[in-house]
Design a protein around this ligand. Structure first.
Ligand SMILES: [Zn+2]
Length: 142
């Protein structure tokens, strides 16, 4: 199991218990422990997921609405300006990996829906095709 918490980690249980992730916490921990990650990585992931749970609670992000866009907001807007206390997470790579693991778990449990494509939407691809066609027609032949 996880080691004893250090002083800067003592608020983690409170962050989990106040969040919508609480009913899934035990299964999430079992899911994490079944992985091939080292204990150090699992501690970092637990802290990152607790931090994200705290942010979800604070910003009223419903678990059922959780998706990669919400995670992107947390990573790109919250982390650089974070004032959540001693649990500073400087490694974007670690936090992103932890949240990917969280989403894999939540999808395996059927708690959140399938991932949405982050590719450009079809209307954008179509607009680009029209632009390129118009540009080739308008360009003088050499
Ligand atoms: Zn924070």
């Amino acid at each position: 199991m996880f080691r004893t918490m250090r002083s800067h980690e003592l608020h983690i249980p409170a962050w989990f218990s106040a969040s919508e992730l609480q009913p899934h916490a035990d299964r999430l921990i079992r899911y994490m422990l079944q992985s091939e990650y080292s204990k150090g990585t699992l501690h970092a992931y637990r802290n990152a997921i607790a931090h994200f749970a705290h942010w979800m609670t604070k910003h009223e992000v419903a678990l059922s609405k959780l998706d990669e866009v919400s995670i992107g907001r947390f990573l790109s807007q919250h982390l650089p300006e974070c004032h959540c206390g001693a649990l500073r997470q400087r490694s974007l790579y670690t936090v992103r990996a932890a949240l990917k693991l969280l989403m894999r778990f939540l999808r395996s449990e059927g708690v959140v829906g399938p991932a949405q494509s982050t590719d450009p939407p079809k209307w954008l691809a179509t607009a680009c095709e029209h632009f390129c066609l118009a540009a080739s027609v308008a360009a003088p032949s050499v």
